[in-house]
Ligand binder design. Sequence first.
Ligand SMILES: Nc1ncnc2c1ncn2[C@@H]1O[C@H](COP(=O)(O)OP(=O)(O)OP(=O)(O)O)[C@@H](O)[C@H]1O
Length: 233
Amino acid sequence: MAEESVVSLRDVVKTYDDEGLSVHALNGLSFDIPKRRFAMIVGPSGSGKTTLLNLIGCIDKPTTGAIHVAGEDVGKMGDTKVTDFRAKNIAFIFQNFSLFPVLSAYENVEYPLLLIGMSAKERRERTLSMLEAVGLADQARQRPNQLSGGQKQRVAIARALVKHPEIVLADEPTANLDSETGLQIIELMHKMQHEQAVSFIFASHDPQLISHAEETYIIRDGKLLEHRSGAVQ
Ligand SMILES: Nc1ncnc2c1ncn2[C@@H]1O[C@H](COP(=O)(O)OP(=O)(O)OP(=O)(O)O)[C@@H](O)[C@H]1O
């Protein structure tokens, strides 16, 4: 694995067993994603984007092949180690925001810090500064149902970044937003990615989001069709 890569895939195959039928979601992927970039996985529906994000996010393991994330061979890690690795290093942003409805914006952002056992004082400082950074200092006490779609996604961005992860994975993060709000969210993610020097990896169909990519990996039928440094216009 090249030293500056955050993800390295070698001959990665993922096959699902669907009621006795084998579904080949990934068919031998080999590529590296450099650190601290705005990287995009692009491809039509069913091409394997979510499957790939699940492997990078250590939610699932490859059927065969090797996957290194932040320098660790995650395909070979045991369950306890992988849970710990994911809690410390990886954060997720989803298209449906996936916030806890009974928690305030503040509590949603603070939650990952509770999971990693951070002290109360440090949790408070980090949570407030992250809410400030995403422009939601005044909405800290509101619950998700009192927030707009764009504000919910801002909470999700703050929650993703608050633990200072190595990687933020985002599956179609603008899919449920109108195009103007989507653009504001893309610009916020880009700004935060640079400020926090974190690696962002997206799966998306959204041309607006794809046009902001620094690295683009086009996949079809679970294979890499093309890699471009810079956006696909
Ligand atoms: N749990 C599963 N069991 C069986 N087949 C699956 C499972 N998850 C995904 N697949 C299949 O694997 C292939 C890749 O799916 P995946 O969700 O990774 O694609 P995608 O590019 O993210 O699609 P979309 O853009 O529609 O979300 C598809 O053929 C899908 O039907």
